[in-house]
Design a protein around this ligand. Structure first.
Ligand SMILES: NC(=O)c1ccc[n+]([C@@H]2O[C@H](COP(=O)([O-])OP(=O)(O)OC[C@H]3O[C@@H](n4cnc5c(N)ncnc54)[C@H](OP(=O)(O)O)[C@@H]3O)[C@@H](O)[C@H]2O)c1
Length: 182
């Protein structure tokens, strides 16, 4: 299959499909790690700025632990939703990703982690926006790593690899839901 099978936006890390859409966005180490001990074990400020640009005006959905790690919350200029089995003070909270999706019908939605959110969002996302971070991550004894879930090829079509023009070694890829996806 050639890249011609993909819409142009899939190969441009600054471009998005027409709204509304639902998508997951994550930065992932070579080991598939997204975080260690409630922190992100790398520092790519330009990637964070990109997240701010691309999610502006949209609804953003977090798991409770990710929500608690945000230095400033809620994220301004977007509707913030938190998924938790309990109430979350200061947040619009839902007991499942499905319930948050139902409450945001017709809106553009970004699923912003962690693991359980990305996992459940596999049923709702139109595409996955994955940033590949080159840093190798080796959690120490007693540390807890969070991982991005498996991207099943039967459900997701891997778009072209997009090198970051400014950050050496950083690449991105969009995964588009297969129309015949199970
Ligand atoms: N690299 C990245 O792009 C990225 C993105 C986001 C987060 N992170 C990192 O990932 C780590 C946090 O992720 P995490 O996976 O440990 O935690 P998380 O998903 O942020 O939060 C877990 C909590 O969220 C609730 N939850 C999650 N999925 C649920 C579901 N499907 N249904 C109902 N409730 C659900 C539960 O809350 P209750 O316990 O309240 O019921 C659960 O204990 C941190 O290290 C963070 O920095 C990295």
């Amino acid at each position: 299959m050639t890249n011609r099978a993909f819409p142009a936006w899939a190969g441009d890390a600054e471009a998005l499909p027409p709204r509304p859409f639902r998508a997951s966005m994550a930065a992932v180490s070579p080991e598939g790690i997204i975080g260690v001990d409630q922190a992100i074990p790398w520092n790519y400020p330009a990637d964070v700025r990109r997240l701010w640009r691309l999610t502006r005006g949209a609804t953003v959905i977090f798991g409770r632990l990710t929500w608690e790690t945000l230095p400033r919350r809620p994220l301004r200029r977007r509707r913030n939703m938190v998924v938790s089995r309990g109430p979350v003070p200061g947040a619009e909270s839902f007991r499942s990703v499905g319930a948050a999706v139902a409450a945001s019908a017709g809106e553009t939605v970004w699923f912003l982690g962690g693991t359980g959110i990305y996992e459940e969002a596999m049923d709702y996302a139109d595409f996955l926006d994955i940033t590949h971070i080159p840093d190798r991550v080796a959690p120490g004894p007693g540390q807890r790593a969070a991982y991005f879930p498996r991207i099943a090829p039967a459900r997701w079509r891997a778009g072209p690899l997009i090198p970051d023009p400014d950050e050496p070694g950083v690449t991105r890829r969009r995964y588009l839901r297969r129309k015949e996806s199970p």
